[in-house]
Write a protein that binds this ligand. Structure first.
Ligand SMILES: [Zn+2]
Length: 373
């Protein structure tokens, strides 16, 4: 499924930043993978307009190495299961050989691709070796995996940074002595700096948000979870122009907590979505979008708008990851498009709501990747 220059016709496409449904649309893609024009009109002779075009999701937070750990430690608490260095996940990852790890990462990539996610940001454990395993797996698959490493026993953070697309820390509190140097090095390389923040009440109370905000400038590109951030914290994030990647299903699974996504939107934070630990949460952004819509409705019914959810899963994901002209179907934008069965939106009262609630890998006809991946 590479980038193919040409004209694509759809019975409906969700166009522009407001995702308005437009019927009988054609989209022309140039040889660099960008949309050169969009127009209306019936399909030409012999070309039947088929399917519903929707921007392809971007999974802004996964751990691909976990894929092979599916089902482990279901009765354990969050800390005992996934917290480094002694959580069960980290002991199991440490016992994997390089080939086994690469196989796990490849499995996660195949799953991401089968759900139509155009790209994913992988918070890679295992130091330099972990980064290199993800690089091999993603290159072989030809998949757009942004690899955010963390220092391990086998390399300094500079070495990890040089080999990766940036740093993705488990917690800033683990690196207080070098946090400032990590953030300024990432900025000088033009790479991403991100960290898990406020996933637990304890980490928030220990000051993980202050740690990343006060170590800058530069500010981090984004933080992940923010489950226990207050309204004031969210205002501080918005002021510092730091994105938030929320993972509603992971929070629900690991601790029953609910990230404050409605408050984040009200504060003006750039809110993206991620699926987190692939061993326990399927890396499927359709399920994440549905969960986010449900959560928004429960936190603030006035914000229960599928446009907000799709934006979080597409444009905002691209923005927090530093991708330009990615995330909507529009002229001059990269042609990352998922084509769904028409039955997903028909019949319906609001086609976009229907697409978010009913969409998923079982209803994907094809995927167009502007990256050719
Ligand atoms: Zn995570």
């Amino acid at each position: 499924m590479g980038a193919r220059a040409g004209v694509y016709r759809f019975s409906t496409a969700f166009i522009g930043e407001d995702y308005r449904p437009v019927e009988d649309v054609y989209i022309e893609v140039d040889d660099r993978g960008y949309i050169s024009s969009i127009g209306r009109g019936s399909a030409g002779p012999g070309v039947r307009a088929e399917g519903v075009a929707i921007p392809a999701p971007i999974d802004a937070h996964v751990h691909t190495g976990d894929y092979a750990l599916a089902g482990a430690g279901l009765s354990l608490r969050l800390e005992d299961l996934v917290a480094p260095p002694d959580g069960l996940k980290h002991r199991l990852l440490a016992s994997m050989g390089p080939e086994e790890l690469e196989l796990s990462i490849s499995g996660a990539i195949s799953y991401l691709r089968s759900t139509g996610s155009a790209a994913a940001a992988d918070f890679r454990e295992g130091g330099l070796a972990g980064v290199l395993a993800a690089r091999r797996a993603s290159s072989r698959a030809g998949y757009r995996l942004l690899i955010l490493g963390r220092p391990g026993a086998d390399g300094s953070f500079e070495e990890v940074l040089r080999a990766s697309d940036g740093l993705g820390l488990s917690s800033p509190l683990d690196h207080m002595d070098s946090l400032r140097a990590m953030m300024s090095s990432a900025a000088s390389y033009g790479k991403i700096f991100a960290a898990h923040v406020a996933e637990t009440r304890r980490s928030r109370e220990t000051g993980d948000l202050e740690a990343v905000l006060e170590a800058g400038p530069p500010a981090p590109g984004f933080i992940v979870h923010g489950t226990f951030l207050s309204e004031d914290d969210l205002m501080a994030l918005a002021d510092a122009r730091v994105g938030l990647v929320a993972c509603p299903r992971a929070n629900s699974f690991f601790s029953g907590a609910r990230p404050p996504i409605a408050a984040a939107l009200r504060a003006g934070v750039e809110l993206a979505l991620g699926t987190d630990n692939t061993g326990w949460i399927a890396p499927d952004m359709w399920r994440e979008m549905e969960a986010a819509l449900r959560l928004l409705r429960s936190q603030d019914p006035a914000l229960a708008d599928p446009r907000r959810v799709l934006r979080a899963a597409t444009l905002s994901g691209a923005r927090v990851l530093g991708m330009d002209r990615v995330g909507i179907i529009g002229e001059g934008w990269l042609a990352n498009v998922v084509v769904l069965d028409e039955s997903v939106i028909s019949p319906s009262v609001d086609p976009l709501s229907a697409a978010i609630i009913r969409g998923g890998p079982g209803h994907i006809r094809s995927v167009i990747s502007g990256w050719g991946a």
